[in-house]
Design a protein around this ligand. Structure first.
Ligand code: CA
Ligand code: CA
Ligand code: CA
Length: 404
């Protein structure tokens, strides 16, 4: 199954006339795919920025905000593009561009355009595009400028994550287009991790990042929007839906053996938003980027999001045969797409006043190799509240071989 990758790699070019805009879509350090060429223009002018914060769709695409259940929800550039542009590529893509992206487009959308707008101050924050880029600040975001300092951060090693309370849950990962699966994941409840990192009362949500540039926002508290999976709280108990006819669902996990078809799945502690370290008791296979820019593997850490509205595993939407058992239902809860693979960064939103993103250049593929994850943003960082959990001790060794 490759639902997360499939979500990331849906076609996103708009073939209308000359306006084939900058939907680099969310893949820093490796977003030069789907015919996307704008990142190459940027890196030609600023080759030392490859793999860093600016080597990302957010360079030219802005986020946005929506009103959901009376709550203003900020969407990052990935989700905002998906929301405005849509998977059907019919939306107003130009509306996803930020001031720098618009200037780049208006100046010819080529390597010359990068140079032509270098001295401009696209976002009007008082700093030129060139100076902002040199300082690793977004030239299209007036809230990010060279005066800002890096947000508080904490880097967790695998050993430190394993020293936190562990949680195990068996659940369905229901995909819209790919195979579904039942499997057991274990790791750290995200709420537990955020508490350990000293989440601030001002926090409203998290954005998780994978090293291929995919990012996804999750609010802390439940919202009615089916696409918004909350960080806090317990998800509803589900039933084990089994049928030998459901060949689109993978039941091969050994944890399926103890489950009775039609019976509730009992999960001690309930279903949670989980930062998984293990699948079926084994470390998650670290991801590698395939030649087609899809992630192979899901580890060392994957966010596991349960269904908000439990359902059976429905057929993949591209499946020709939709007659009979569990045909594809767009309105059913397809949680697999929100279970981000190979998470290397968790940004706790919003960034505290006066701060900006950390230098994320190192928190990409290197973190995959080193089995690390960084939590940053609206946290106290290394500072601990009185009586709080002391820094997690390093364990002398992991049982069995490491993740790679
Ligand atoms: Ca500026
Ligand atoms: Ca700026
Ligand atoms: Ca499905």
């Amino acid at each position: 199954m490759s639902e997360g990758a499939a979500e990331r790699n849906r076609p996103r070019r708009r073939g209308i006339g000359v306006i084939v805009l900058l939907l680099a879509l969310c893949v820093y350090a490796a977003y030069h795919h789907q015919g996307e060429r704008d990142s190459g223009h940027f890196l030609k002018a600023y080759p030392h920025k490859a793999g860093g914060k600016l080597d990302h769709c957010a360079l030219c695409h802005g986020g946005g905000s929506l009103e959901k259940d009376g709550v203003k929800v900020a969407l990052g550039s990935c989700q905002w593009c998906h929301f405005r542009y849509g998977y059907d590529r019919r939306g107003p893509l130009a509306e996803t561009l930020n001031a720098y992206g618009r200037d780049y487009l208006e100046h010819g959308r080529d390597a010359g355009a990068i140079a032509a707008i270098a001295a401009s101050d696209s976002d009007g924050d008082g700093f030129s595009n060139h100076d902002e880029i040199l300082a690793e600040r977004f030239p299209g975001n007036p809230d990010d400028d060279p005066k800002k300092t890096a947000a508080p951060m904490r880097v967790y090693s695998r050993e430190q994550l394993e020293a936190l309370p562990q949680h195990t849950q068996f659940l369905l990962q229901n995909a819209p287009k790919d195979r579904d699966e039942y499997a057991e994941f274990s790791g750290v409840v995200l709420e537990t991790l955020l508490a350990d990192a000293g989440i601030l009362p001002s926090a409203t949500g998290v954005t998780v990042f994978a090293p291929d540039g995919w990012s996804q926002y999750h609010p802390l508290r439940p919202l009615a929007d089916p696409a918004m999976y909350p960080v806090l709280g317990i998800y509803p108990e589900a039933v084990f839906h089994f049928s030998p006819a459901a060949v689109w669902c993978d039941y091969r996990a050994s944890s399926c053996a103890g489950c009775k078809p039609g019976a509730p799945i009992r999960v001690p502690g309930g279903l949670r938003m989980l930062l998984a370290l293990r699948r079926e008791g084994q470390p998650l296979a670290p991801a590698v980027l395939a030649r087609d820019n899809k992630l192979n593997g899901e580890g060392p850490f994957r966010l596991i999001v349960p269904q908000k509205t439990p359902s059976p595993p429905d057929r993949p939407s591209p499946m020709a045969d939709q007659e009979g058992l569990w045909p594809y239902r767009a309105e059913w809860d397809h949680n697999a797409g929100s279970s981000t693979r190979s998470v290397t960064m968790i940004r706790v939103e919003p960034l505290p006043e006066g701060t900006t993103d950390i230098d994320i250049a190192e928190a990409g593929w290197r973190f995959i190799d080193e089995g690390k994850i960084v939590v940053f943003g609206a946290i106290r960082g290394l500072e601990r509240k009185p009586g709080g959990r002391p820094p997690a001790p390093s364990r002398p060794s992991c049982p069995g071989p490491g993740p790679g």
